[in-house]
Ligand binder design. Structure first.
Ligand code: C2E
Ligand code: MG
Ligand code: MG
Length: 414
């Protein structure tokens, strides 16, 4: 049981005032800033409240503030509200002090899931009042947020790159509808070729976001943001429709048709019914079955969510080829191969990078296993002739990689 040791606290204005005065004094005396804003957050504090009740939760937060007061004695400190704190620390030993404070909180709470984390914003010049606010509430917090799930770290330092990343992420969250409406999001196609002949067998549709503000934003940035914001189904529906449009054009212009695969995220199956969406679009564009393929990554399947399981089965029963994407990249579970009938396994490009004796042996065994299971094989990320020769030798049927072609817009693809 924690007892109440309430003391007087700095209000926000007083805290900022004290911090500003401290920085101004440093600037006057040394023409150099010796302090740095630090933002603290207790991760998963709701778990503490849930286990001990709000009263004990409040007392625990007071105790954390007491720890900060002791560790950062004499420095401006503020409880920002909720489970957040701010300190204007001495930059010379800020990391050591943060480690001490975090360790004490860890020992006190006794649950590594509920941990004190810090974000540090080192300053190079005297900030304006507005910049000081931003340094505490926004920049130091951005750094702190990056280690929320990293049990091995107590603190992170804000960098300009982090700031830009954060801005881009906000932009993505706020501008998806506009980007789709204005055509800033485009479909690129990457060829998949038959290993034996080097001829096109299919293509993968990959989303590209060409933003007027940020230039080309990579899927590596916007897909996780859209997943986290539960907006990914909007993008995937948009891509599906764009692919259907391309396919209609191929058929109308009597070009030789080839299947195009679209990537579905695990969340698509929770946020909507991708099968009925795909069927509505397929009917709207009067496309025969088999031309649109579905890619799902192995990590979408390992926890066996019912909606994902059923959703994939619906696709398979109707006759959509379903490809297992990025096989071997995450927590691969061979059970996934047992539980579903995949048309094709796509071996993750990590098997080819680095291209070692060991990775060659693994790929060879995987290809042989897939053959036994009557699943087609595709290797992703082949960039050299040597890799393609090897894939041919071991009997991997299809190749997708820069050696044969990077993702490009449909007009260039033709
Ligand atoms: P993925 O589905 O595994 O797609 C293959 C990725 O590997 C693509 O990256 C492609 O450009 C890249 N790649 C292909 N060949 C090579 C190669 O030889 N060397 C190298 N270094 N890279 C190669 P991209 O386009 O950046 O996409 C990354 C991931 O983002 C995709 O991985 C996919 O999981 C996701 N993604 C892309 N578009 C969509 C989409 O429309 N919806 C969803 N849900 N996910 C998407
Ligand atoms: Mg894919
Ligand atoms: Mg892949």
């Amino acid at each position: 049981m924690i007892t109440d040791t309430r003391r007087t606290h700095l209000g926000r204005q007083e805290f900022l005032q004290a911090s500003a005065e401290c920085l101004q004094q440093e600037w006057r005396e040394w023409h150099h800033i010796k302090s740095c804003p630090v933002f603290f957050n207790v991760t998963n504090f709701h778990l503490y409240n849930a286990a001990h009740g709000f009263r004990q939760g409040d007392l625990c937060l007071q105790h954390i503030e007491d720890i900060l007061q002791e560790v950062f004695r004499g420095r401006p400190i503020m409880h920002l509200g909720s489970d957040n704190f701010a300190v204007l620390a001495d930059a010379a030993d800020v990391q050591v002090r943060i480690d001490t404070a975090c360790q004490r909180v860890l020992t006190f709470i006794g649950n590594p899931n509920i941990a004190l984390k810090a974000g540090i914003r080192f300053l190079t010049g005297l900030p304006s009042t507005k910049d000081l606010n931003v340094a505490f509430d926004s920049e130091a917090k951005i750094a702190c947020d990056t280690i929320k799930k990293d049990a091995s770290r107590h603190w992170a330092v804000y960098t300009e790159e982090l700031g830009l990343r954060h801005q881009t992420q906000n932009y993505v969250r706020e501008h998806l509808d506009q980007a789709m409406a204005k055509g800033y999001i485009r479909v690129y196609l990457q060829p998949v070729v038959r290993t034996l002949t080097g001829r096109l067998v299919s293509a993968e549709a990959l989303a590209r976001w060409e933003s007027p503000q940020y230039g080309t934003i990579s899927p590596g940035i916007f897909i996780p943001v859209l997943e986290e914001a539960h907006l990914i189904h909007k993008l995937d529906t948009y891509i599906l429709r764009a692919v259907a449009k391309i396919m209609r054009r191929i058929l109308d212009e009597q070009m030789p048709p080839f299947p195009i695969s679209v990537n579905l995220s695990r969340l698509d199956f929770l946020l909507q019914d991708p099968f009925s969406v795909a069927e509505t679009i397929r009917e709207e564009y009067r496309l025969p079955l088999g031309l649109i393929q579905i890619e799902v990554t192995e990590n979408a399947l390992v926890d066996k969510m019912n909606s994902v399981l059923n959703g994939i089965q619906k696709f398979q029963q109707k006759g959509y080829p379903v490809l297992l994407d990025d096989f071997g990249s995450g927590y691969s579970s061979l059970n996934v191969l047992k539980d579903y009938d995949f048309d094709t396994i796509k071996f993750d490009m990590k098997f080819l990078h680095p291209f070692t004796e060991k990775s060659r042996k693994i790929l060879k065994a995987l290809v042989s296993m897939a053959k036994d299971l009557s699943v087609h094989t595709l290797a992703e990320g082949a960039e050299t002739k040597e890799q393609c020769d090897f894939l041919r030798k071991i009997g991997c049927e299809k190749i997708q990689g820069y050696y044969y072609g990077k993702p490009v817009p449909f007009d260039d693809f033709q």
